[in-house]
Design a protein around this ligand. Structure first.
Ligand code: NAD
Ligand code: IMJ
Length: 256
């Protein structure tokens, strides 16, 4: 018996077995949720399919979130196969590499638009696709954000602006979808070593600062993040929407 028995969910953002989305998928599956997965571009298909199969997933669909036709095809397929949807996990972000170093002042118009499109507008587009399938029974939509939306973090640059837009988008979506009992929440995760954190200048130093300064005196694990996602997906969080929950060992509460 799992707390998500009989529920159906779709996971956006698995790149490999280190992805936050994958940790969340394992936690949801362990509590009985049936899952579908999407991947961004053919390069990831061969990585995501074998992982998805280990959880018994039957649907593994392409979805580059900058493409309206691919988003539409995903929800058409879900509608035909399942008829309804209980959960959606949005765990994706992208900015051009050159935007994630040096000064934010140098952000290009193109780079700004792309980062905001992939990392923030995509939540709006996916919520719009999912909502009609969640209307009958309610649902839970979860996104992943980072502290760089609240405070200046070196090199995070346009991603910080995109995450601020993402968090506020989650709140406006929560207001629109609340009357249908569709909840929308964000998890603000502390730094974890995933593909999206690879090659980030000073990443190790950031992990060390968190360990020294955070109340829990440690960094967070993928499992810490996944357990909060499980709570947000389940009825345990039935009264929670429009919230940004920090899973950061307490780092963000500390001033001096
Ligand atoms: P990851 O690299 O495993 O996941 C990022 C995902 O984004 C990948 O699966 C990638 O395919 C997907 N993606 C990029 N462009 C896309 C597009 N156009 N269409 C569809 N998908 C696209 O890294 P992760 O750390 O698991 O990142 C997941 C989420 O967690 C991101 O939103 C990230 O900002 C957030 N986050 C990460 C950290 C961290 O330290 N790793 C901390 C807080 C929040
Ligand atoms: C990313 C850049 C700069 C500083 C950073 C990060 N810190 C952390 C991250 C301190 C924790 C990871 N993070 C929270 C992200 O949201 C990463 C997003 C990201 C990463 C890349 C790397 C490869 C690439 N584009 C990217 N776009 C978004 O080409």
């Amino acid at each position: 018996m799992g707390i998500l028995d009989g529920k159906k969910g779709i996971i956006f953002g698995v790149a490999n077995d280190k992805s936050i989305a994958w940790a969340i998928a394992k936690a949801l599956s362990a509590e009985g949720m049936e899952l579908a997965f999407t991947y961004a571009g053919e390069a990831f298909e061969s990585r995501v399919k074998p992982l998805a199969e280990t959880l018994g997933a039957k649907m593994v669909l392409p979805c580059d979130v900058t493409k309206d036709d691919q988003i539409a095809a995903v929800f058409e397929k879900i509608k035909n196969e399942w008829g309804a949807l209980d959960g959606l996990v949005h765990s994706l972000a992208f900015a051009k590499k050159e935007e994630l170093k040096g000064e934010f002042l140098n952000t290009s118009r193109d780079g700004f638009a792309l980062a905001l499109d992939v990392s923030a507008f995509s939540l709006v587009a996916l919520a719009k696709g999912a909502a009609p399938l969640m209307e009958a029974n309610g649902g839970s939509i979860i996104t992943l954000t980072y502290y760089g939306s609240e405070k200046v973090v070196a090199n995070y640059n346009v991603m910080g602006v995109a995450k601020a837009a993402l968090e506020t988008s989650a709140k406006y979506l929560a207001a629109d979808l609340g009357p249908k009992n569709i909840r929308v929440n964000a998890i603000s995760a502390g730094p974890v070593k995933t593909l999206a954190a690879m090659g980030i200048t000073g990443f190790k130093a950031i992990l060390d600062v968190v360990e020294a300064k955070a109340p829990l005196k440690r960094n967070v694990s993928l499992d810490d993040v996944a357990k909060t996602a499980l709570y947000l997906m389940s009825g345990l969080s039935s009264g929670v929407t429009g919230e940004v929950i920090h899973v950061d060992a307490g780092f963000s509460i500390v001033g001096i």
